[in-house]
Each structure stands twice: as C-alpha cells, then as structure tokens.
Design a protein around this ligand. Structure first.
Ligand SMILES: [Zn+2]
Ligand SMILES: [Zn+2]
Length: 392
C-alpha cells in the first residue's frame, strides 16, 4: 500500500537519478520560450514512464497526465524549466555548456524533481486514486508561461482540483521546507515614465524645461504614495530602479526616462496604484511645464496559498521530514508565475532550502555563482524513517 513514508523511502532511492538529471539540465540551460532541448528531455522521460504527454503547449511547455487506477480528484504539480541570461562563474563538472545562459534560479532542480515525482507515482499508478498532471512550464523568469498554458487547457479535462509547486530557496538551510498560507508573493508590476521637457544650454535654464528636475520631483512624490496613500496595514513597494537623462554637464536634455517596479499583494491596491502613479507623474509634469508619458506594465498576480492545502503540505512535511524541518515563512515581495495556477485552483507553493555554507553554497538566486546543495538529503538530519547511505 502507498503511504507517505513508503513513498519517502522510494524517493530516497530515486535521489541519484534526480541529481544526475538536475546536473544534465544545469549543463544545458535554455532561455524563456527556447526550452526546446529541455522539453524534449522531459517529454521523452514522461513517455518512457507510460505517461500521456502533450508537448508544444505555450510554445515549449509539456503536460503529462497520469491516470490512476482508481477514481478520484485531479492534482496538478508544476515545475518551471527556463534559465537566465547569466555567464556562469562556478567551476563545477556540471557547469553550463551554453555561454551566457545559466540555471541561476534552481529551475533545473524543479524540473528534475518533478521528473522524479513522475517516476515515483508512475510506478504506482494502480494504487493512485485520481489523476496527476505534471506541468512543465516555460518562461517563468520573463513573459510568463503559466497563463498561456492555462489558456491552452492545462487546468481542464480533467478539471484540476488542487495545484502544488516548489521553489528552491537559497536563503533557507538545506533540508528544510518553508511555507505559509494566504498571500505569499507579490504582484510584480512596473512602469516606464518618459518626461519630455525642452533642452538647451545648462546656463540658460529659463529658456528650457528641465526634465531631470521634473523626474526628481516625481521620484520624491512617488514615495508619498506608499507612505501617505496606502493603508499602513497593507504592503506595497515602489522602487525606481533606473533613471536615464542627459549626456554632459552643460546641456539640459530633452528627455528623462525612469523605470520602476511596483509590488502589491492586494488586487484593489494594485489597481489603485496603477491609476495614481500615472496621475501623479502627469500632474507634476504638467505643473512644471513638461509632458509625461507613462507606460504601465502588469506582471503576474500575487501568489496566494490556500489555507487548507497549505495545512496538508505542513502535515506531510511534519510526518515525513520531521517538525524541526518545517519553517513558517513570512510573505515576500518577489513575484512568481505559479500565481496563475493558484488562481485557477486552490493549492500551495512552498520553498525547499538549499543553502549550505559548509560547501560554500551561499550565493543567492540570479548570482553567477548560484549553486544548490543537491546532495542535501545526505546531510540533513535523519528523517523519521531509517537513515539511508548517501549514494551520490
Ligand atoms: Zn528567478
Ligand atoms: Zn525561480
């Protein structure tokens, strides 16, 4: 009979294969919507396991369908496959073979782990009540592959009752699982504002409209949106991360361009800031005789974990890894494409610790020296079942 602990035992056995798959994927990283080789690797593996497999979903997405031997509900498990435009600086045998592209966020691990789960469950299909969907999505880091996969029917036929996903967490100790319920990750929106003035000689400002001064006023005023217009019990971040204007010190330029990110959890607040930011910038520009053009970009929605599904994950972690491995996580302001799956079905997105200072594995996500402790299972304190020798 399949129990959580018997599955855990079987998972230990699959560890070396999962590590080998992760290192293969690490060596062959591909950027968003270009995950051709990765998708082929995933689809071949799913088909070997006898899992119904659809490819080419949202360009490079792969969807596996495992019909259990007994009737029941449908659960979707999701991994992302894309890498980042970074030159890897690690000196490891599995270093990226694709110059300028690197798995620096852990999506190689997510894909390898989900293939491990597909094997684990595929070999026990007769005992499974219901259906398991394996969603390997493209482009988490850029335009987003989740929404187009959902539009292509990933949540339908059979309708998904619950969805789960994981992310490697380099800020958490290896062997731990961190989670929380409710809004956990923010909606990562943003805008580009172009302020147009009148250029000229820097010593004759009265003949000009200086867009740099207008931009400076706008940046200061933007701080007041969060401090003066947002309920102090709600969270929002506005960060102007880029400001470009001018060439030399004795010319007033025609234009200043700023780019900013705006992060929120609450949908109402999100919409409100999307109205107030262009209004504020436009009003300040007009008051100072300049013109402003604001292009507002909506990113992923906020990621919200369902309390009941999060409790289920909590219970499984306590039972299989032990209560000392469970971390109650605070929400964070980064964004995640998984949010779309969790808007379409209740579920939980949680974090698996991968940091190990003893092995120098301390560099954060998107760093050219990012690497994870994929042998961490050997070093974490023994789970409730008998400790296994490390095979990797
Ligand atoms: Zn990332
Ligand atoms: Zn990521």
């Amino acid at each position: 009979m399949v129990t959580r602990l018997s599955l855990l035992d079987a998972a230990w056995e699959l560890g070396p294969q999962v590590v080998a798959d992760r290192r293969y994927l690490h060596q062959h990283p591909e950027l968003a919507f270009q995950e051709e080789n990765t998708a082929r690797f995933v689809a071949d593996r799913l088909r070997e396991l006898g899992i119904e497999t659809r490819t080419g979903i949202a360009k490079t997405g792969v969807l596996g369908l495992l019909r259990g031997g007994q009737p029941g509900k449908t659960v979707l498990l999701r991994a992302d496959m894309d890498a980042l435009p970074i030159d890897e600086l690690n000196d490891v045998p599995y270093k990226s073979l694709n110059p300028g592209v690197m798995h620096a966020c852990g999506h190689d691990a997510h894909t390898a782990m989900l293939l491990g789960v597909a094997r684990l469950l595929g070999e026990r299909r007769d005992e499974i009540r219901g259906t398991v969907k394996f969603a390997f999505q493209p482009a988490e880091e850029s335009q987003g592959g989740a929404q187009p996969m959902i539009e292509a029917g990933a949540m339908d036929d059979p309708r998904v009752d619950a969805a789960f996903g994981v992310h490697i967490a380099q800020d958490r100790p290896v062997g731990t699982v961190a989670l929380g319920s409710g809004p956990m990750l923010a909606a990562p929106d943003g805008f580009t504002a172009t302020i147009r003035g009148v250029g000229g000689h820097a010593a004759r400002p009265h003949h000009c409209v200086d867009p740099i001064v207008v931009a400076a006023q706008c940046i200061v005023a933007l701080q007041t949106l969060v401090s003066r217009e947002v309920n102090p019990l709600r969270q929002a971040v506005i960060t102007v991360g880029s400001l470009h204007a001018g060439t030399v010190r004795n010319i007033i330029p025609e234009e200043a361009v700023m780019q900013a990110t705006v992060r929120t959890f609450d949908e109402g607040l999100r919409r409100r800031l999307a109205e107030r930011i262009p209004a504020l910038i436009g009003g300040i520009a007009a008051a100072m005789r300049a013109e402003a053009d604001v292009r507002y970009d909506f990113g992923y929605p906020a990621l919200v974990n369902d309390p009941a599904m999060t409790d289920l994950v909590r219970e499984v972690v306590r039972e299989t890894l032990g209560p000392d491995k469970l971390i109650e996580a605070e929400p964070g302001m980064v964004g995640e494409d998984m949010a779309y799956f969790l808007r379409a079905a209740p579920g939980c997105f949680f974090f698996i610790g991968s940091r190990n200072p003893e092995r120098g594995l301390v560099y954060g996500h998107h760093h050219p020296r990012f690497d994870i402790d994929d042998e961490g299972r050997c070093r974490s304190a023994s789970p409730p079942s008998p400790a296994r020798p490390c095979a990797t």
